[in-house]
Design a protein around this ligand. Structure first.
Ligand code: AFP
Length: 323
């Protein structure tokens, strides 16, 4: 069995010094993720379910486990001297790591607990991460195509970690007895086309006509292209995109007529997931441009997201370019 630590050292795309740094960063992410997995597995027996009184920067009610997951990731980096900045969905301002202030080379972006409304009903959740190198001016807001690595943890029937550092997509499964992640799939490839579409159709009255046409297209009957597709949606982006990654198909969280930027966040949702999916041969798009090419203006910026099998995303782009 290949452990995660061993696998990282072997990554061909990384220079020896950055492989060591990357290994340090990923180990800290893993340690936060393992604590989250442990807390989630007994959340109903502790006081971890339910909401806090706080709202996050996006105006969403913060769940207790959101706050806890954020705390666990921040703690994991508190004494790290190579990560200078931690950005999280649950913190309005970037957290500056005192040990690395002025010298740390990296910034790490998190959605600490994705799909947190699933906690109370015991459905899958995730954590998403993205690692960037600061440039010489200390700028950490870089386009997705400049990520050092991106990936996610998925807390489902088992806990898995999926990551890419630009050399394919690799999946690891947590052995709860050994407390370690072991390789469970390497060089994951997404099918060129799938038979699943994943979208919150309850929002369809807020979409543009072309957006509604996309979903109608995937629901239409057409033997040659394998339609109608099946609909799957858990409300946890990580779980829904992971399904699409393995089985093929398309995930959509579009903008709305009154809110064209959509709901999902560029730096810690759309960009790292697009990095993973594109490394597996798929596409991550807003519908009119590639997610990987967007230069962020703010850490918490939102973008529409259409992601998945290359041919399915291209179909959606084709509809939207008529707008
Ligand atoms: P958070 O739990 O991190 O806020 O993320 C939830 C989420 O951004 C993403 O996981 C889902 O795909 C999406 O929201 C679900 O949103 P809807 O409830 O609007 O469908």
């Amino acid at each position: 069995m290949v452990s995660l630590t061993h696998h990282i050292v072997e990554q061909r795309r990384l220079q020896p010094d950055s492989a060591e740094e990357f290994s340090t960063i990923i180990n800290r992410i893993v340690s936060g993720g393992k604590s989250i997995a442990r807390d989630l597995s007994s959340a109903g027996l502790s006081d971890r379910l339910g909401t806090t009184d706080a709202k996050n920067v996006h105006g969403e009610q913060v769940q207790r486990m959101d706050a806890r997951a954020n705390q666990l990731f921040v703690e994991a980096f508190q004494d790290c001297d190579i990560v200078q900045i931690v950005v999280s969905e649950e913190m309005d301002e970037p957290f500056v790591v005192a040990h690395a202030e002025g010298s740390g080379k990296y910034a790490v972006f998190f959605d600490p607990l994705d799909g947190s409304s699933n906690i109370d009903v015991n459905v899958s959740l995730g954590s998403i991460f993205s690692i960037h190198r600061l440039d010489s001016t200390g700028n950490f807001l870089k386009a997705g195509c400049e990520q050092v690595a991106g990936g996610y943890l998925l807390y489902g029937a088992s806990t898995i970690l999926v990551y890419t550092c630009g050399d394919g997509v690799h999946q690891f499964t947590l052995d709860p007895v050994a407390g370690e992640f072991f390789l469970s799939a390497s060089n994951v490839q997404i099918p060129a086309r799938g038979n699943i579409y994943s979208v919150n159709e309850g929002n369809s009255s807020k979409w543009s006509k072309n957006m509604r046409n996309i979903v109608d297209y995937f629901r239409d009957d057409d033997k040659e292209t394998g339609r109608p597709y099946s609909s799957r949606y858990t409300g946890c982006l990580v779980a829904d995109v992971h399904r699409v990654l393995l089985k093929g198909g398309i995930y959509l969280y579009p903008g709305e007529v009154q809110k064209p930027e959509g709901k999902l966040r560029l730096m810690y949702e759309a960009a790292p997931l697009s990095f993973v999916v594109e490394q597996a041969g798929g596409l991550g798009s807003t519908g009119v441009e590639r997610i990987a090419g967007i230069h962020p203006k703010t850490p918490h910026q939102c973008v529409p997201l259409i992601i998945g099998s290359r041919e399915d995303v291209e179909v959606a782009e084709h509809f939207l370019c008529r707008e």
